[in-house]
Write a protein that binds this ligand. Sequence first.
Ligand code: PLP
Length: 264
Amino acid sequence: MNTPPSHPLPRVLTVAGSDSGGGAGIQADLKTMLALGTHGMSVIAAVTAQNSLGVQGYWELPVEAVRAQYRSVVDDIGVHAVKTGMLASAELVETVAGLLAETPAPVVVDPVGVSKHGDSLLAAEAVESVRTKLLPVATVVTPNLDETAQLTGVQVEGEGDMREAAAAVLAHGPRWALIKGGHLPGEAVDLLTDGTEEHWLRAPRHDNRHTHGTGCTLASALASHLAMGMSVPDATRAAKEYTTGAIAAGFPLGSGLGPVDHGW
Ligand code: PLP
């Protein structure tokens, strides 16, 4: 980071996709950062045409546009933490991984693969780049169970499988893995581990279908708390608490799945 400007506001950068419907992606990230009192900044990697019914289409930005946005932000304003989300293509994954490797700030990688509606947000051939280029530069990687299976081949069917899944994720080089078990029945249980410490995070299940943007929100809250100087376990606990509240307050918009709420 360049010489930090005098204002002490923690600065958090999201490198991700835009959700035109305002529920997930860059929009969820910036809302989360604002709600948590950090300064949010964005590098847009892809633009989706999206609403409560799903993703109607997406377009990647040119590599030069992503690189230029990143350099503009990091070289002048500086970042205390970075979050990555939808990166769409192998070329963008590799470009962003290269930029992150030069940035001395914690990195939260949300390895976005497929939306809740089943729309693919990552090209099939990009999964290998996520494994070999992006995971090694992550401070924390936050896969849900589908993304865990996509990255490692480990199918988690119960809490008992989560340790094996985390070990398989950690084998690709991130410092910490947060395996999100929210899609299992019962309590929402996540496992955070660095291979030595284990933290099991539990939250009551909210019977609310309006959960669009949950993963983006969690990763952005985690990055925001890291930017404030918290440890990874403390930042993860705080992020889970924020996200649980946002899910509880999720509300209907459009005729499909509504967004989590950041105004609680
Ligand atoms: N759109 C964008 C741009 C995203 O980054 C994501 C998830 O990370 C989604 C949509 C999917 O959101 P959800 O699966 O919560 O509906």
